[in-house]
Design a protein around this ligand. Structure first.
Ligand SMILES: C[S@@+](CC[C@H](N)C(=O)[O-])C[C@H]1O[C@@H](n2cnc3c(N)ncnc32)[C@H](O)[C@@H]1O
Length: 228
């Protein structure tokens, strides 16, 4: 499914690949004196990896305190605690001052922002002029169930928020990978539910809904935009 592309050891909760992470690292253009913000950082693996590659500092933001706690522990284990902090916040309200970070990254999280235009405006606000946003998310051609409103193309929102879009690339083999993961999880739903303590019927219904939602995805994009 992922093969060599699986970023083993990063404890990711996303579809991010090694190729994506290398691109994040290159495109942030962050230097050792810069700070990268990772919005929707989850358990911190991608942001910690990218910031370590660039030797930059990191501020991870997420709405889930349990994920942030794992991220802090991970930073400690990796010896990066002096260069990384993790705080509660959201796409709408990161809690960061204006022009306070030199790069923003976000892995497979923007689809959860209830208001995509407000999210783009907040990401532009926290970036210094010339700073880079690098993010993966999905464009949709229909509204998925149990998700906030989606958009068919993020580029107009980015431009309106004060970004110049530098790249907007469909990531390789994203659909095959996602469909296969969904299929395998459905096959193993009883064992997975037993392990997580969830109701197998509810888990199966969730996976079937996820499958329907996947059909509404037009593309998974990796976007690079520069704050004007
Ligand atoms: C699919 S996970 C990706 C986590 C991480 N980026 C990774 O690659 O492992 C999506 C993350 O977005 C977070 N999230 C959901 N809604 C959010 C919001 N409105 N603002 C910020 N983060 C949010 C979730 O708590 C979750 O950690």
């Amino acid at each position: 499914m992922f093969g060599d592309e699986y970023p083993a050891g990063l404890d990711v909760y996303s579809y991010v690949t090694k190729t994506d992470l290398r691109r994040f690292t290159a495109e942030t253009q962050a230097s050792p004196s810069d700070r990268i913000a990772d919005i929707g950082c989850g358990r911190g693996g991608p942001g910690l990896w990218v910031s370590a590659q660039r030797n930059s500092s990191l501020i991870g933001i997420d709405i889930a305190e349990t994920a942030l706690e794992s991220a802090r522990q991970r930073a400690e284990t990796l010896g990066r605690a002096d260069r990384a902090e993790f705080r509660l916040g959201s796409f709408a309200e990161t809690g960061l001052p204006a022009a306070s970070v030199q790069a923003v990254m976000s892995v497979d999280a923007l689809l959860f922002a209830p208001d995509k235009a407000a999210a783009c405006a907040e990401l532009a606000r926290i970036l210094v002029p010339g700073g880079r946003l690098v993010a993966t998310t999905w464009d949709f051609h229909g509204q998925p169930v149990n998700r906030p409103p989606q958009v068919s193309d993020h580029r107009p929102l980015l431009e309106a928020a004060g970004f110049t879009v530098l790249a907007y690339d469909e990531t390789e083999a994203w659909r095959e990978r996602q469909l296969r993961i969904n299929e395998l999880m459905l096959q193993e739903v009883d064992a997975l539910a037993a392990e997580s303590g969830e109701d197998p019927v509810e888990s199966a219904a969730h996976l079937k809904q996820q499958r329907i939602n996947q059909d509404l995805m037009t593309r998974r994009v990796l976007m690079v935009a520069e704050r004007r």
